[in-house]
Write a protein that binds this ligand. Structure first.
Ligand SMILES: [Zn+2]
Length: 449
């Protein structure tokens, strides 16, 4: 059995050998026959009749590294009625993901090693996806007292990212201390950029549509002022800082400025901010409430260009399940958040690859390699090559399908893409040589829960 030295993770004893026939790595060249043994790619040019425990015919399909999502909410512990580590892992596997980072705003908050270890261990028992807990920056997400980054980083969960996501660390002195603390440990701080004094009672993007509908506006400056402040703090205190869910044209300009000044700042963008605008508000449907809110077309265009140019580093879904009673209500009362794990590959592929603006190698970069690099995650986001861990997904680039919330593996149905048609579709996901998802079916969890 193979042990991955950096991760301490074992390939599945039962994963055995897997032969993938006629797959095109990164959608390039002719089909290749890829042989996987004990969770590792051992041959990229295997004979078609090589004996294997399992064979997949992937003719016409694109072979990519398994996707990595550095921003999801799996709601466990505390809101298992809306999502669990098991259902969230299943949704991740169906979406092509082999690793996700689940945010700390659970109940209780992930602010101690024992809570982080519980999440990590449960994810490993289920074994459909590596579930990395994010630790909170402050105790109870209260924005006051820092958590023990060191203890969480050294725990069995090996916490490598900290965030109060859902809330902004708005006190600049607390953020400064967090950055100084994080620097010594080389962990990543991820900021939910929202100056709360500018967004009190705000439910929608501050613009002409919200004004017409009588909805309280969330101005761009509430995000951008924190992005600017944290870029300056990162410059002076030198710790790696990450901007969650960038949503405005101005944020893009600030990230350009930070990178020009060699500030260690990275940024992510969600599929919904790359696809949807505040025109959705006209439906008054609570499913369209999200934080930061859906913006205007000029923001969408700026975010798309920034992702293509590498200014914004990666895509992250901010998969945020909510129960029907939290969404099917007045817009003002709806909880912010959208599902995203099962639709993200299709959105990015259809928006950028199908239109010829980018290729599959770029998609692998923004959905797998970069998030693994930013989080310093070993074993994921690696090249599709001999000797590498078999964390992979297969994509059919032209397999038209329609997104329906009730068909989701998630426990919730707050799907903003209900009834939308897509072309690209994940057919198979492989975690350390074990098939976790294939053709509509998620594999059974490895062990009883
Ligand atoms: Zn957030």
């Amino acid at each position: 059995m193979t042990e991955y030295p950096e991760t301490g993770l074992l390939a599945d004893a039962e994963s055995g050998s897997l032969l993938i026939l006629h797959a095109r790595p990164y959608g390039e060249g002719e089909g290749q026959n890829v042989l996987i043994e004990d969770g590792v790619i051992v041959d990229m040019d295997a004979a078609e009749d090589t004996p294997a425990d399992r064979t997949i015919d992937a003719k016409g399909q694109v072979l990519l590294p398994g996707l990595v999502d550095m921003h999801v909410h799996l709601r466990e512990p505390g809101r298992e009625d809306t999502e669990t580590i098991a259902t969230g892992s299943a949704a991740a596997a169906k979406g092509g993901f082999t690793a996700v980072f689940t945010m700390a705003n659970t109940r209780p908050t992930v602010d101690q090693p024992i809570i982080a270890e519980g999440i990590w261990a449960k994810g490993q028992r289920i074994n459909l996806c590596d579930v990395h807990p994010v630790g909170s920056i402050t105790k109870g997400l209260e924005g006051k007292e820092l958590t023990e980054f060191g203890m969480m980083a050294r725990s069995d969960a090996r916490v490598r990212m900290f965030s109060d996501d859902g809330k902004c660390v708005d006190n600049p002195l607390v953020m400064r201390r967090a950055l100084e603390y994080a620097r010594g440990l080389d962990v990543l701080l991820a900021q939910h950029c929202e100056e709360p004094r500018l967004t009190e009672g705000a439910v929608a993007h501050e613009g002409e549509i919200a004004a017409r509908l009588g909805l309280r506006g969330w101005p761009r400056a509430a995000e951008e002022s924190i992005v600017a402040r944290d870029a300056l703090l990162a410059r002076d205190y030198g710790s790696r800082t990450h901007i969650c869910h960038a949503s405005t044209e101005g944020t893009v300009e600030l990230v350009i400025w930070a990178k020009e000044h060699d500030i260690p700042l990275t940024a992510e963008v969600t599929p919904h901010h790359l696809l949807l605008t505040d025109k959705r508000l006209e439906t008054y449907d609570g499913v369209n409430r999200v934080n930061p809110p859906l913006r205007e077309d000029r923001d969408v265009q700026a975010l798309r260009q920034a992702l293509l140019d590498g200014i914004i580093d990666c895509v992250a879904t901010d998969h945020a399940p909510h129960g029907s009673e939290e969404k099917c209500c007045e817009f003002d009362l709806a909880r912010p958040g959208m599902l995203g794990l099962e639709t993200s590959l299709a959105i990015i592929a259809d928006t950028f690859v199908r239109t010829g603006q980018a290729d599959w190698r770029w998609l692998a970069k923004v959905m797998s390699e970069k998030p693994a690099e930013i989080t310093r995650l070993p074993g994921h986001g690696r090249p599709v090559a001999v000797g590498e861990p078999a964390n992979l997904c297969l994509v059919n680039p032209d397999d038209p399908w329609t997104s329906y919330g009730h068909e989701s593996e998630s426990k919730s149905v707050n799907n903003p893409y209900e009834g939308m048609d897509f072309h690209a579709r994940v057919s198979t996901t492989i975690l350390r040589g074990r098939v976790t998802y294939q053709d509509g079916k998620v594999s059974a969890p490895r062990r009883e829960l």
